[in-house]
Design a protein around this ligand. Structure first.
Ligand code: PNS
Length: 164
């Protein structure tokens, strides 16, 4: 049984992420989307919201599971009996970070391979950080994220503005 893990912060999930999930789940028997819980950072969407959003977005994909994780990625991957990490690759600007991540993970556990799926052209410019900036300043994110993400970001933005 081939089990792959697609890890990330998913703050929030974009069309680019969804494309990778759609394609990655066809390459493995089970795809676990690992949602990072990093206690040192305050995300835009809390862990629970990020996990729930991904569950909603992948509800029709039978072999996709959504699970939060903290600590080292390789430990999470091994604990799931998985041996493949899947990452999306958009542009050369991703290269240095992704190489460092993949090599560190390989050094920590050389039974786990990292596989990269290149981004489709239409998603190359999309990032969660850009989406957050646009939301903050009232920009249109409809071409960058699924409708459910857009609605959630809209609600979250209103709550934040009310709270000041
Ligand atoms: O979506 P992101 O933020 O680019 O995802 C980064 C992620 C979650 C893959 C990376 O930060 C990660 O694996 N964090 C867990 C800690 C870890 O194992 N780091 C790599 C070795 S230092």
């Amino acid at each position: 049984m081939k089990i792959g893990v697609y890890p990330g912060s998913f703050d929030p999930t974009t069309n680019g992420h969804m494309d990778i999930i759609d394609r990655a789940c066809k390459l493995v028997d089970i795809l676990i989307v690992g949602v990072l819980n990093n206690p040192d950072k305050t995300p835009y969407l809390n862990l629970d919201k990020r996990v729930k959003l991904l569950k909603e977005l992948t509800k029709d994909l039978n072999n996709v599971m959504i699970e939060p994780f903290s600590g080292l990625l390789v430990d999470f991957v091994a604990s799931k009996n998985a041996n493949i990490i899947i990452r999306g690759f958009r542009a050369i600007s991703d290269f240095e970070y992704e190489l460092q991540l993949a090599q560190t993970n390989f050094m920590l556990n050389d039974t786990i391979e990292t596989i990269f799926l290149v981004s489709r052209n239409e998603y190359v410019y999309i990032s969660s950080s850009m989406v957050k900036q646009l939301v903050e300043f009232g920009g249109d994110i409809s071409g960058m994220v699924p409708k459910v993400t857009m609605e959630l970001m809209d609600r979250e933005n209103k709550i934040r503005k009310q709270e000041g």
